[in-house]
Design a protein around this ligand. Structure first.
Ligand code: PBG
Length: 321
């Protein structure tokens, strides 16, 4: 036999020599959920190892993550109170804005991203302004742009619009530029499906919609060509980074976006994807560490440069060992 692929699988060292895909600590973005109070560290029951953290606890968590090798975080906020227009999302002293300022002080080297959405801040839990049973697109744009501006003003390096309102990237870019924040980057949740895998997140962020669901603005899971149109729109509106979300059941979409667009590509390994591995691991049904690494590697192999994952710390710990 001339070709024997097994020759290059004989030892650990040889396998490592010919390995095509490698995870690195710099690829990961750690999501954090900031809540009011002091000394609060409340575990999310459907996401073991993930917490609601008050600002003082958040800064400690960020410093510890940085020491471990995490170089980027993304912040979500649980406001003191909610209202129909999500005023907590764009308040100058909003929970995320305060957290950004605190982290800027305590961990100046950390790349700070802010999720730009309204659902955690609206009383009805939808990602935009609601009239009747409808989420009104263009009115929501103004609030999303204000939210991004307040996050940039607080010191966010990157804002990450996730509301799936048409034109949100353009509206944010325009306001940021007009206000002197032309260097704040936009990571667009460009291809975001209406997914059952967000379940645990809605417990963590207390953002489940009060009525209906998000299918009238997030994407229909069976559609792939439509994902290319979404990516094209966000790219042309000025997105610096494109994202596909969820990650694992949309690896085909990740690959398609990678092949068509030459901006950095992010994938969000979402709450339900994390929870499934955790739960099966805790039951002893799978080897959690192995499945975690295999999963994150598949996301990178499919084309992601950046991986948002609740496993960031655990993955880095294993990579370093
Ligand atoms: C905000 C937002 C959501 C997630 C990220 N940003 C929830 C949603 O769209 O319902 C989900 C992340 C996760 O499940 O880990 N709109």
């Amino acid at each position: 036999m001339i070709h024997r692929p097994r020759r290059l699988r004989r030892t650990d060292a040889i396998r490592s020599l010919v390995r095509e895909t490698r995870l690195a600590p710099e690829n990961f973005v750690l999501p954090l959920f900031v809540c009011p109070g002091t000394g609060v560290r409340r575990e999310i029951s459907s996401m073991p190892g993930v917490y609601n953290l008050s600002i003082d606890e958040t800064t400690k968590e960020v410093a510890a993550a940085y020491d471990l090798g995490v170089r980027s975080i993304i912040l979500f906020g649980l406001p003191e109170s909610k209202d129909p227009l999500a005023s907590g999302a764009y308040a100058e002293d909003g929970i995320v804005q305060q957290a950004i300022r605190a982290i800027r002080q305590s961990s100046p080297e950390m790349v700070v991203m802010a999720d730009t959405c309204l659902c955690e801040y609206t009383s009805h839990g939808h990602c935009g302004v609601v009239r009747g049973a409808e989420v009104i697109n263009d009115e929501s744009l103004k609030l999303l742009a204000r939210t991004a501006l307040s996050q940039a003003a607080a010191g966010a390096d990157i804002v990450a619009p996730s509301a799936m309102m048409d034109g949100q990237v353009g509206a944010i870019r325009e306001l940021l530029d007009a206000e002197g924040f032309e260097n704040t980057a936009i990571m667009a949740y460009a291809v975001k499906y209406a997914s059952g895998f967000y379940g645990p997140f809605r417990e963590a962020a207390q953002s489940a919609p009060e009525f209906g669901d998000r299918r009238a603005y997030q994407m229909d899971p069976p559609n792939a060509r439509e994902a290319m149109r979404e990516a094209e729109l966000d790219y042309s509106e000025g997105a610096d980074i494109l994202m596909v979300k969820p990650a694992v059941v949309y690896l085909d979409i990740l690959r398609m976006v990678r092949d068509r667009f030459d901006v950095p590509l992010a994938a969000y390994h979402v709450s339900g994807e994390y929870a499934m591995i955790k739960a099966a691991g805790q039951k002893g049904w799978i080897d959690e560490e192995r499945v975690m690494l295999e999963t994150l590697t598949s996301i990178k192999r499919a084309g992601a440069d950046i991986i948002l994952t609740y496993y960031a710390r655990e993955a880095i710990r294993v990579l370093k060992s």
